[in-house]
Design a protein. Structure first.
Length: 87
Protein backbone atom coordinates (compact mmCIF):
# COMPACT_ATOMS: atom_id res chain seq x y z
CA UNK A 1 0.00 0.00 0.00
CA UNK A 2 1.48 3.39 -0.96
CA UNK A 3 2.40 5.92 1.69
CA UNK A 4 0.48 9.19 1.86
CA UNK A 5 3.48 11.07 0.42
CA UNK A 6 3.45 8.79 -2.64
CA UNK A 7 -0.23 9.61 -3.23
CA UNK A 8 0.47 13.32 -2.72
CA UNK A 9 3.30 13.28 -5.26
CA UNK A 10 1.14 11.36 -7.74
CA UNK A 11 -1.73 13.85 -7.42
CA UNK A 12 0.53 16.92 -7.56
CA UNK A 13 2.23 15.57 -10.69
CA UNK A 14 -1.15 15.01 -12.36
CA UNK A 15 -2.47 18.43 -11.33
CA UNK A 16 0.65 20.53 -11.94
CA UNK A 17 2.56 19.44 -15.05
CA UNK A 18 6.26 20.08 -14.55
CA UNK A 19 6.11 20.07 -10.76
CA UNK A 20 9.26 18.83 -9.03
CA UNK A 21 9.16 16.99 -5.73
CA UNK A 22 12.47 16.10 -4.10
CA UNK A 23 13.14 14.50 -0.77
CA UNK A 24 15.77 15.78 1.63
CA UNK A 25 18.97 13.79 1.25
CA UNK A 26 20.41 13.07 4.68
CA UNK A 27 23.96 12.14 5.67
CA UNK A 28 22.89 9.03 7.58
CA UNK A 29 19.83 7.33 6.03
CA UNK A 30 17.86 5.42 8.63
CA UNK A 31 19.35 7.45 11.48
CA UNK A 32 18.58 10.99 10.28
CA UNK A 33 15.01 12.15 9.69
CA UNK A 34 14.49 12.41 5.94
CA UNK A 35 10.76 13.17 6.15
CA UNK A 36 11.02 16.50 4.32
CA UNK A 37 10.02 17.07 0.70
CA UNK A 38 10.48 20.19 -1.41
CA UNK A 39 7.87 21.04 -4.04
CA UNK A 40 8.74 23.53 -6.78
CA UNK A 41 7.85 24.55 -10.32
CA UNK A 42 10.29 25.68 -12.98
CA UNK A 43 10.02 29.43 -13.46
CA UNK A 44 8.40 30.01 -10.07
CA UNK A 45 10.35 31.46 -7.16
CA UNK A 46 8.50 29.72 -4.35
CA UNK A 47 9.34 26.34 -2.90
CA UNK A 48 6.87 24.62 -0.62
CA UNK A 49 8.09 22.22 2.04
CA UNK A 50 6.01 19.35 3.32
CA UNK A 51 7.14 17.44 6.36
CA UNK A 52 6.20 14.20 8.07
CA UNK A 53 8.70 11.81 9.60
CA UNK A 54 6.83 8.73 8.38
CA UNK A 55 5.55 10.15 5.08
CA UNK A 56 2.01 9.91 6.42
CA UNK A 57 -0.64 12.49 7.28
CA UNK A 58 -0.71 14.92 8.94
CA UNK A 59 1.93 17.02 7.17
CA UNK A 60 3.39 20.35 8.17
CA UNK A 61 3.28 22.60 5.08
CA UNK A 62 5.56 25.64 4.91
CA UNK A 63 6.27 28.31 2.33
CA UNK A 64 7.58 31.86 2.41
CA UNK A 65 4.00 33.00 2.86
CA UNK A 66 2.37 30.57 5.27
CA UNK A 67 2.56 27.62 7.60
CA UNK A 68 -0.29 25.16 7.86
CA UNK A 69 -1.14 21.52 8.41
CA UNK A 70 -2.65 19.08 5.96
CA UNK A 71 -4.57 16.36 7.73
CA UNK A 72 -5.51 14.33 4.63
CA UNK A 73 -3.88 13.62 1.27
CA UNK A 74 -6.50 15.76 -0.51
CA UNK A 75 -5.99 18.65 1.90
CA UNK A 76 -2.20 18.59 1.41
CA UNK A 77 -2.61 18.53 -2.38
CA UNK A 78 -5.05 21.48 -2.28
CA UNK A 79 -2.85 23.60 -0.01
CA UNK A 80 0.39 22.88 -1.88
CA UNK A 81 -1.24 23.43 -5.28
CA UNK A 82 -2.60 26.78 -4.15
CA UNK A 83 0.77 27.88 -2.79
CA UNK A 84 2.63 26.84 -5.95
CA UNK A 85 0.08 28.46 -8.29
CA UNK A 86 0.07 31.64 -6.25
CA UNK A 87 3.84 31.99 -6.49
Amino acid sequence: MPRDIDLIIEQLTARLPGVRVTQLQVAHPGADDDGLWFVSMPGRAATVQIESSQGSCPFLIESDFSTSHGRTVDEVVEIVSGLIRGA
